[in-house]
Design a protein around this ligand. Sequence first.
Ligand SMILES: NC(=O)c1ccc[n+]([C@@H]2O[C@H](COP(=O)([O-])OP(=O)(O)OC[C@H]3O[C@@H](n4cnc5c(N)ncnc54)[C@H](O)[C@@H]3O)[C@@H](O)[C@H]2O)c1
Ligand SMILES: O=C(O)C(=O)C[C@@H](O)[C@H](O)[C@H](O)COP(=O)(O)O
Ligand SMILES: [Zn+2]
Length: 363
Amino acid sequence: MEQIAIETKSKRYSLVLGDGALQLLPQQLKALPRSISNILIVTDEIVEKLYLSKLVSILSDEYKIYTHTVPSGEKAKSFEQYYACQSAALTYGLDRDSVIIAFGGGVVGDLAGFVAATFMRGIRYIQVPTTLLAHDSAVGGKVAINHPLGKNMIGAFHQPEAVIYDISLLKSLPEKEMRSGFAEVIKHALIKDADFYHWLKEHIRNLNDLQGEKLQYCIKKGIQIKADIVREDEKETGIRAHLNFGHTLGHALESELGYGSITHGDAVALGMLFAIWLSEKEYDTLGYREFVSWFERYGFPISIPNHLEAARLLEKMKSDKKAKAGNVHMVLLKDIGHVQIKPFENQQLLAFIQQFSQLQSMK
Ligand SMILES: NC(=O)c1ccc[n+]([C@@H]2O[C@H](COP(=O)([O-])OP(=O)(O)OC[C@H]3O[C@@H](n4cnc5c(N)ncnc54)[C@H](O)[C@@H]3O)[C@@H](O)[C@H]2O)c1
Ligand SMILES: O=C(O)C(=O)C[C@@H](O)[C@H](O)[C@H](O)COP(=O)(O)O
Ligand SMILES: [Zn+2]
Protein backbone atom coordinates (compact mmCIF):
# COMPACT_ATOMS: atom_id res chain seq x y z
CA MET A 1 0.00 0.00 0.00
CA GLU A 2 1.32 3.45 -0.84
CA GLN A 3 0.50 6.70 0.87
CA ILE A 4 0.88 10.05 -0.88
CA ALA A 5 0.53 13.34 1.00
CA ILE A 6 -1.51 15.95 -0.84
CA GLU A 7 -0.81 19.43 0.44
CA THR A 8 -2.66 22.52 -0.67
CA LYS A 9 -2.93 25.96 0.86
CA SER A 10 -6.30 25.10 2.42
CA LYS A 11 -5.82 21.44 3.38
CA ARG A 12 -3.39 18.56 3.81
CA TYR A 13 -4.74 15.04 3.27
CA SER A 14 -3.62 11.53 2.50
CA LEU A 15 -4.16 9.47 -0.57
CA VAL A 16 -3.95 5.74 0.04
CA LEU A 17 -3.24 3.73 -3.11
CA GLY A 18 -3.15 -0.01 -3.66
CA ASP A 19 -4.92 -3.31 -4.04
CA GLY A 20 -7.42 -3.59 -1.18
CA ALA A 21 -7.13 0.06 -0.04
CA LEU A 22 -10.89 0.12 0.60
CA GLN A 23 -10.34 -1.84 3.82
CA LEU A 24 -8.37 1.15 5.17
CA LEU A 25 -11.30 3.54 4.87
CA PRO A 26 -12.55 3.06 8.48
CA GLN A 27 -9.05 3.86 9.74
CA GLN A 28 -9.00 7.08 7.68
CA LEU A 29 -12.44 8.05 8.97
CA LYS A 30 -11.37 7.48 12.58
CA ALA A 31 -8.37 9.72 12.03
CA LEU A 32 -10.54 12.70 11.10
CA PRO A 33 -10.26 15.42 13.73
CA ARG A 34 -14.02 15.79 14.36
CA SER A 35 -16.50 13.02 15.08
CA ILE A 36 -18.89 11.86 12.35
CA SER A 37 -22.67 11.97 12.82
CA ASN A 38 -23.53 9.93 9.73
CA ILE A 39 -22.30 9.14 6.22
CA LEU A 40 -23.93 9.58 2.83
CA ILE A 41 -22.41 7.44 0.08
CA VAL A 42 -23.06 8.91 -3.37
CA THR A 43 -22.48 6.46 -6.18
CA ASP A 44 -23.70 5.67 -9.70
CA GLU A 45 -25.85 2.80 -10.97
CA ILE A 46 -22.96 0.73 -12.30
CA VAL A 47 -20.71 1.11 -9.26
CA GLU A 48 -23.70 0.46 -7.02
CA LYS A 49 -24.26 -2.94 -8.61
CA LEU A 50 -20.61 -3.89 -8.55
CA TYR A 51 -19.30 -2.63 -5.23
CA LEU A 52 -21.76 -0.73 -3.03
CA SER A 53 -22.63 -3.65 -0.73
CA LYS A 54 -18.93 -4.24 -0.13
CA LEU A 55 -18.37 -0.62 0.87
CA VAL A 56 -21.46 -0.54 3.08
CA SER A 57 -20.39 -3.72 4.86
CA ILE A 58 -16.96 -2.22 5.59
CA LEU A 59 -18.56 0.81 7.25
CA SER A 60 -21.93 -0.15 8.65
CA ASP A 61 -20.73 -1.63 11.98
CA GLU A 62 -19.39 1.73 13.03
CA TYR A 63 -21.43 4.38 11.22
CA LYS A 64 -24.97 5.23 10.29
CA ILE A 65 -24.89 4.88 6.50
CA TYR A 66 -27.20 6.35 3.86
CA THR A 67 -26.77 5.85 0.14
CA HIS A 68 -27.83 7.81 -2.91
CA THR A 69 -27.42 6.54 -6.49
CA VAL A 70 -27.24 8.70 -9.61
CA PRO A 71 -27.36 7.56 -13.25
CA SER A 72 -24.06 6.43 -14.71
CA GLY A 73 -22.11 8.82 -16.94
CA GLU A 74 -21.52 12.49 -17.67
CA LYS A 75 -25.22 13.40 -17.73
CA ALA A 76 -25.25 13.05 -13.95
CA LYS A 77 -23.18 16.23 -13.61
CA SER A 78 -26.42 18.17 -14.00
CA PHE A 79 -28.55 20.58 -11.98
CA GLU A 80 -31.21 17.86 -11.67
CA GLN A 81 -28.86 15.30 -10.16
CA TYR A 82 -27.24 17.95 -7.97
CA TYR A 83 -30.71 18.87 -6.67
CA ALA A 84 -31.58 15.20 -6.12
CA CYS A 85 -28.38 14.72 -4.07
CA GLN A 86 -29.12 17.79 -1.95
CA SER A 87 -32.68 16.56 -1.40
CA ALA A 88 -31.35 13.18 -0.28
CA ALA A 89 -28.91 14.87 2.10
CA LEU A 90 -31.73 16.94 3.61
CA THR A 91 -34.18 14.04 3.78
CA TYR A 92 -31.65 11.83 5.57
CA GLY A 93 -30.95 14.63 8.02
CA LEU A 94 -27.27 15.20 7.26
CA ASP A 95 -25.69 17.89 9.38
CA ARG A 96 -22.39 19.69 9.66
CA ASP A 97 -20.75 16.61 11.21
CA SER A 98 -21.78 14.37 8.33
CA VAL A 99 -19.37 13.05 5.74
CA ILE A 100 -20.15 12.39 2.08
CA ILE A 101 -18.31 9.57 0.35
CA ALA A 102 -17.96 10.00 -3.41
CA PHE A 103 -17.84 6.39 -4.59
CA GLY A 104 -17.31 6.23 -8.34
CA GLY A 105 -15.47 7.84 -11.21
CA GLY A 106 -14.83 11.49 -11.94
CA VAL A 107 -18.52 12.19 -12.51
CA VAL A 108 -19.53 11.05 -9.04
CA GLY A 109 -16.44 12.71 -7.55
CA ASP A 110 -17.19 16.08 -9.15
CA LEU A 111 -20.92 15.92 -8.39
CA ALA A 112 -20.73 14.62 -4.81
CA GLY A 113 -17.80 16.94 -4.10
CA PHE A 114 -19.86 19.91 -5.25
CA VAL A 115 -22.78 18.75 -3.11
CA ALA A 116 -20.40 18.56 -0.12
CA ALA A 117 -18.97 22.00 -0.95
CA THR A 118 -22.41 23.60 -0.86
CA PHE A 119 -24.54 21.57 1.59
CA MET A 120 -24.92 23.80 4.66
CA ARG A 121 -22.13 25.90 3.09
CA GLY A 122 -19.68 23.05 3.10
CA ILE A 123 -19.28 19.68 4.80
CA ARG A 124 -16.53 17.07 4.66
CA TYR A 125 -16.20 14.46 1.94
CA ILE A 126 -13.93 11.61 0.97
CA GLN A 127 -13.03 10.53 -2.54
CA VAL A 128 -13.17 6.79 -3.20
CA PRO A 129 -12.34 6.64 -6.92
CA THR A 130 -13.24 3.65 -9.05
CA THR A 131 -11.90 4.66 -12.49
CA LEU A 132 -8.42 5.26 -13.90
CA LEU A 133 -9.43 8.77 -14.88
CA ALA A 134 -10.17 9.54 -11.25
CA HIS A 135 -6.45 9.54 -10.42
CA ASP A 136 -6.83 13.09 -11.74
CA SER A 137 -10.33 14.07 -10.60
CA ALA A 138 -10.04 12.79 -7.01
CA VAL A 139 -7.06 15.01 -6.26
CA GLY A 140 -6.96 18.77 -6.03
CA GLY A 141 -10.47 19.74 -5.01
CA LYS A 142 -12.01 20.93 -8.28
CA VAL A 143 -15.69 19.96 -8.03
CA ALA A 144 -18.42 20.96 -10.46
CA ILE A 145 -21.47 20.26 -12.54
CA ASN A 146 -21.94 21.12 -16.22
CA HIS A 147 -24.11 23.73 -17.89
CA PRO A 148 -25.36 23.25 -21.48
CA LEU A 149 -23.29 26.33 -22.32
CA GLY A 150 -20.07 24.97 -20.86
CA LYS A 151 -18.34 22.19 -19.03
CA ASN A 152 -17.78 22.41 -15.24
CA MET A 153 -19.15 25.94 -15.25
CA ILE A 154 -20.85 25.71 -11.85
CA GLY A 155 -18.47 24.55 -9.17
CA ALA A 156 -16.07 25.20 -6.35
CA PHE A 157 -12.66 24.36 -4.96
CA HIS A 158 -13.30 22.02 -2.03
CA GLN A 159 -10.61 19.59 -0.95
CA PRO A 160 -11.54 16.10 0.29
CA GLU A 161 -10.51 14.82 3.72
CA ALA A 162 -8.82 11.80 2.15
CA VAL A 163 -8.63 9.77 -1.03
CA ILE A 164 -8.86 5.97 -0.86
CA TYR A 165 -7.82 4.50 -4.20
CA ASP A 166 -8.34 0.75 -4.36
CA ILE A 167 -6.98 -0.29 -7.73
CA SER A 168 -8.56 -3.74 -7.53
CA LEU A 169 -11.86 -1.96 -8.33
CA LEU A 170 -10.49 -0.98 -11.74
CA LYS A 171 -10.54 -4.59 -12.95
CA SER A 172 -14.16 -4.23 -14.06
CA LEU A 173 -13.57 -1.03 -16.09
CA PRO A 174 -14.45 -1.30 -19.80
CA GLU A 175 -11.62 -0.66 -22.27
CA LYS A 176 -12.96 2.68 -23.43
CA GLU A 177 -12.91 3.93 -19.83
CA MET A 178 -9.32 2.72 -19.36
CA ARG A 179 -8.42 4.64 -22.51
CA SER A 180 -10.23 7.71 -21.22
CA GLY A 181 -8.28 7.63 -17.95
CA PHE A 182 -5.04 6.97 -19.79
CA ALA A 183 -5.46 10.28 -21.65
CA GLU A 184 -5.02 12.13 -18.34
CA VAL A 185 -1.97 9.97 -17.52
CA ILE A 186 -0.44 11.02 -20.86
CA LYS A 187 -1.38 14.63 -20.12
CA HIS A 188 0.45 14.54 -16.79
CA ALA A 189 3.56 13.15 -18.46
CA LEU A 190 3.52 15.65 -21.33
CA ILE A 191 3.17 18.75 -19.17
CA LYS A 192 5.73 17.86 -16.54
CA ASP A 193 7.88 14.78 -16.99
CA ALA A 194 9.75 13.80 -20.16
CA ASP A 195 11.16 10.64 -18.51
CA PHE A 196 7.67 9.46 -17.64
CA TYR A 197 6.55 10.19 -21.22
CA HIS A 198 9.38 7.99 -22.57
CA TRP A 199 8.51 5.31 -20.02
CA LEU A 200 4.88 5.34 -21.20
CA LYS A 201 5.91 5.00 -24.84
CA GLU A 202 8.10 2.05 -24.03
CA HIS A 203 5.99 0.20 -21.45
CA ILE A 204 2.37 0.92 -22.35
CA ARG A 205 2.31 -0.42 -25.89
CA ASN A 206 -1.44 -1.00 -25.72
CA LEU A 207 -4.24 -0.60 -23.20
CA ASN A 208 -3.86 -4.20 -21.96
CA ASP A 209 -0.53 -3.17 -20.47
CA LEU A 210 -2.47 -1.06 -17.96
CA GLN A 211 -2.51 -3.71 -15.26
CA GLY A 212 -0.79 -4.62 -12.02
CA GLU A 213 2.46 -2.79 -11.23
CA LYS A 214 2.47 -0.77 -14.47
CA LEU A 215 -1.03 0.48 -13.79
CA GLN A 216 -0.17 1.44 -10.22
CA TYR A 217 2.97 3.20 -11.45
CA CYS A 218 0.97 5.25 -13.99
CA ILE A 219 -1.54 6.24 -11.33
CA LYS A 220 1.13 7.13 -8.80
CA LYS A 221 3.17 9.23 -11.27
CA GLY A 222 0.05 11.04 -12.48
CA ILE A 223 -1.01 11.82 -8.92
CA GLN A 224 2.45 13.02 -7.94
CA ILE A 225 2.62 15.36 -10.92
CA LYS A 226 -0.84 16.72 -10.16
CA ALA A 227 -0.07 17.04 -6.44
CA ASP A 228 3.12 19.02 -7.16
CA ILE A 229 1.16 21.50 -9.25
CA VAL A 230 -1.77 21.82 -6.86
CA ARG A 231 0.61 22.34 -3.92
CA GLU A 232 1.94 25.43 -5.65
CA ASP A 233 -1.34 26.76 -7.01
CA GLU A 234 -4.55 25.47 -5.45
CA LYS A 235 -7.02 27.83 -7.11
CA GLU A 236 -5.56 28.18 -10.61
CA THR A 237 -4.11 31.63 -10.46
CA GLY A 238 -1.03 30.38 -12.29
CA ILE A 239 0.52 27.03 -13.12
CA ARG A 240 -2.55 24.94 -12.28
CA ALA A 241 -3.76 25.96 -15.74
CA HIS A 242 -1.09 23.58 -17.12
CA LEU A 243 -3.39 20.74 -16.01
CA ASN A 244 -5.84 22.08 -18.57
CA PHE A 245 -3.61 20.96 -21.45
CA GLY A 246 -5.94 19.48 -24.10
CA HIS A 247 -9.06 20.70 -22.30
CA THR A 248 -9.76 23.96 -24.17
CA LEU A 249 -10.84 22.14 -27.31
CA GLY A 250 -11.66 18.97 -25.31
CA HIS A 251 -14.36 20.62 -23.23
CA ALA A 252 -15.81 22.32 -26.33
CA LEU A 253 -16.04 18.92 -28.04
CA GLU A 254 -17.81 17.35 -25.04
CA SER A 255 -20.29 20.17 -24.87
CA GLU A 256 -20.94 20.40 -28.64
CA LEU A 257 -21.29 16.63 -29.08
CA GLY A 258 -23.56 16.44 -26.02
CA TYR A 259 -22.29 15.49 -22.57
CA GLY A 260 -21.59 11.76 -22.46
CA SER A 261 -21.42 11.31 -26.24
CA ILE A 262 -17.63 11.21 -26.06
CA THR A 263 -15.60 10.25 -23.00
CA HIS A 264 -13.73 13.06 -21.24
CA GLY A 265 -10.43 11.34 -22.00
CA ASP A 266 -11.11 10.90 -25.72
CA ALA A 267 -12.08 14.58 -25.96
CA VAL A 268 -8.96 15.63 -24.04
CA ALA A 269 -6.76 13.40 -26.21
CA LEU A 270 -8.06 15.08 -29.38
CA GLY A 271 -7.67 18.44 -27.64
CA MET A 272 -4.05 17.54 -26.83
CA LEU A 273 -3.41 16.65 -30.49
CA PHE A 274 -4.75 20.05 -31.53
CA ALA A 275 -2.57 21.76 -28.91
CA ILE A 276 0.46 19.75 -30.05
CA TRP A 277 -0.23 20.73 -33.67
CA LEU A 278 -0.43 24.41 -32.65
CA SER A 279 2.70 24.00 -30.53
CA GLU A 280 4.60 22.63 -33.49
CA LYS A 281 3.58 25.64 -35.56
CA GLU A 282 4.81 27.95 -32.80
CA TYR A 283 7.95 26.22 -31.56
CA ASP A 284 8.75 23.55 -34.16
CA THR A 285 9.89 20.99 -31.57
CA LEU A 286 7.41 18.19 -30.94
CA GLY A 287 6.88 16.06 -34.04
CA TYR A 288 3.11 16.16 -34.42
CA ARG A 289 2.80 13.13 -36.76
CA GLU A 290 4.49 10.85 -34.26
CA PHE A 291 1.89 11.83 -31.67
CA VAL A 292 -0.91 11.06 -34.09
CA SER A 293 0.44 7.52 -34.60
CA TRP A 294 1.02 7.07 -30.89
CA PHE A 295 -2.52 8.19 -29.99
CA GLU A 296 -4.01 6.11 -32.81
CA ARG A 297 -2.34 3.01 -31.39
CA TYR A 298 -4.53 3.25 -28.25
CA GLY A 299 -7.67 4.01 -30.24
CA PHE A 300 -8.02 7.71 -29.38
CA PRO A 301 -9.95 9.79 -31.92
CA ILE A 302 -7.55 11.80 -34.08
CA SER A 303 -9.97 13.98 -36.02
CA ILE A 304 -12.79 16.39 -35.22
CA PRO A 305 -16.11 14.80 -36.26
CA ASN A 306 -17.11 16.26 -39.65
CA HIS A 307 -20.51 17.51 -38.53
CA LEU A 308 -19.04 19.85 -35.90
CA GLU A 309 -18.68 23.46 -36.99
CA ALA A 310 -15.41 25.21 -36.19
CA ALA A 311 -17.26 28.45 -35.38
CA ARG A 312 -19.41 26.73 -32.75
CA LEU A 313 -16.38 25.08 -31.20
CA LEU A 314 -14.68 28.46 -31.03
CA GLU A 315 -17.72 29.96 -29.28
CA LYS A 316 -17.48 27.27 -26.60
CA MET A 317 -13.72 27.75 -26.31
CA LYS A 318 -14.23 31.47 -25.74
CA SER A 319 -16.17 30.71 -22.56
CA ASP A 320 -13.38 28.46 -21.26
CA LYS A 321 -12.33 29.45 -17.74
CA LYS A 322 -8.85 30.43 -18.91
CA ALA A 323 -10.20 32.95 -21.44
CA LYS A 324 -9.38 36.58 -20.80
CA ALA A 325 -11.13 39.57 -22.39
CA GLY A 326 -12.86 37.24 -24.86
CA ASN A 327 -9.60 35.70 -26.07
CA VAL A 328 -8.88 32.01 -25.80
CA HIS A 329 -5.71 31.06 -23.94
CA MET A 330 -4.29 27.78 -25.18
CA VAL A 331 -1.98 25.55 -23.13
CA LEU A 332 0.87 24.70 -25.51
CA LEU A 333 4.09 22.73 -25.18
CA LYS A 334 7.44 24.31 -26.04
CA ASP A 335 8.78 20.83 -25.54
CA ILE A 336 7.81 17.76 -23.50
CA GLY A 337 7.54 18.98 -19.89
CA HIS A 338 7.69 22.67 -20.83
CA VAL A 339 4.34 24.41 -20.96
CA GLN A 340 3.64 27.80 -22.51
CA ILE A 341 0.24 29.48 -22.29
CA LYS A 342 -0.55 31.55 -25.35
CA PRO A 343 -3.49 33.86 -26.09
CA PHE A 344 -5.02 33.65 -29.56
CA GLU A 345 -6.94 36.23 -31.50
CA ASN A 346 -10.36 34.72 -32.37
CA GLN A 347 -10.18 34.85 -36.17
CA GLN A 348 -6.75 33.28 -36.15
CA LEU A 349 -7.86 30.48 -33.84
CA LEU A 350 -10.95 29.86 -35.99
CA ALA A 351 -8.73 29.44 -39.04
CA PHE A 352 -6.51 27.03 -37.09
CA ILE A 353 -9.49 24.91 -35.97
CA GLN A 354 -10.68 24.75 -39.60
CA GLN A 355 -7.21 23.77 -40.85
CA PHE A 356 -6.84 21.14 -38.13
CA SER A 357 -10.25 19.63 -39.02
CA GLN A 358 -9.32 19.41 -42.71
CA LEU A 359 -5.83 18.14 -42.05
CA GLN A 360 -7.07 14.97 -40.40
CA SER A 361 -10.07 14.36 -42.62
CA MET A 362 -7.78 14.45 -45.70
CA LYS A 363 -5.53 11.78 -44.21
N1 LIG B 1 -12.18 17.50 -10.79
C1 LIG B 1 -11.16 17.29 -11.58
O1 LIG B 1 -10.03 17.72 -11.32
C2 LIG B 1 -11.35 16.44 -12.79
C3 LIG B 1 -10.23 15.93 -13.46
C4 LIG B 1 -10.45 15.14 -14.57
C5 LIG B 1 -11.73 14.84 -14.98
N2 LIG B 1 -12.77 15.33 -14.29
C6 LIG B 1 -14.15 14.98 -14.67
O2 LIG B 1 -14.28 13.56 -14.50
C7 LIG B 1 -15.36 13.12 -15.32
C8 LIG B 1 -14.99 11.82 -16.01
O3 LIG B 1 -14.71 10.85 -15.04
P1 LIG B 1 -14.71 9.30 -15.41
O4 LIG B 1 -14.02 9.10 -16.69
O5 LIG B 1 -14.26 8.56 -14.22
O6 LIG B 1 -16.23 9.07 -15.76
P2 LIG B 1 -17.44 8.34 -14.99
O7 LIG B 1 -17.44 8.69 -13.57
O8 LIG B 1 -18.65 8.60 -15.79
O9 LIG B 1 -17.06 6.80 -15.13
C9 LIG B 1 -16.98 6.25 -16.41
C10 LIG B 1 -17.91 5.04 -16.56
O10 LIG B 1 -17.38 3.93 -15.84
C11 LIG B 1 -18.35 3.41 -14.94
N3 LIG B 1 -17.58 2.90 -13.82
C12 LIG B 1 -17.04 3.59 -12.80
N4 LIG B 1 -16.28 2.78 -12.05
C13 LIG B 1 -16.35 1.56 -12.60
C14 LIG B 1 -15.75 0.31 -12.28
N5 LIG B 1 -14.88 0.19 -11.28
N6 LIG B 1 -16.05 -0.75 -13.06
C15 LIG B 1 -16.88 -0.62 -14.13
N7 LIG B 1 -17.46 0.54 -14.48
C16 LIG B 1 -17.18 1.62 -13.73
C17 LIG B 1 -19.27 4.55 -14.65
O11 LIG B 1 -20.53 4.10 -14.23
C18 LIG B 1 -19.31 5.24 -16.01
O12 LIG B 1 -20.22 4.57 -16.85
C19 LIG B 1 -15.64 14.24 -16.29
O13 LIG B 1 -16.84 14.86 -15.94
C20 LIG B 1 -14.49 15.19 -16.11
O14 LIG B 1 -14.84 16.51 -16.37
C21 LIG B 1 -12.61 16.11 -13.20
O1 LIG C 1 -7.28 19.84 -11.80
C1 LIG C 1 -7.21 20.65 -12.72
O2 LIG C 1 -6.88 21.83 -12.54
C2 LIG C 1 -7.53 20.24 -14.10
O3 LIG C 1 -7.62 21.07 -14.98
C3 LIG C 1 -7.74 18.78 -14.34
C4 LIG C 1 -8.58 18.48 -15.56
O4 LIG C 1 -8.18 17.19 -16.01
C5 LIG C 1 -10.07 18.39 -15.26
O5 LIG C 1 -10.76 17.88 -16.36
C6 LIG C 1 -10.72 19.63 -14.73
O6 LIG C 1 -12.01 19.33 -14.26
C7 LIG C 1 -10.86 20.74 -15.75
O7 LIG C 1 -11.26 21.82 -15.04
P1 LIG C 1 -11.85 23.19 -15.60
O8 LIG C 1 -11.43 24.19 -14.60
O9 LIG C 1 -11.27 23.44 -16.95
O10 LIG C 1 -13.29 23.01 -15.65
ZN1 LIG D 1 -9.55 16.41 -17.43
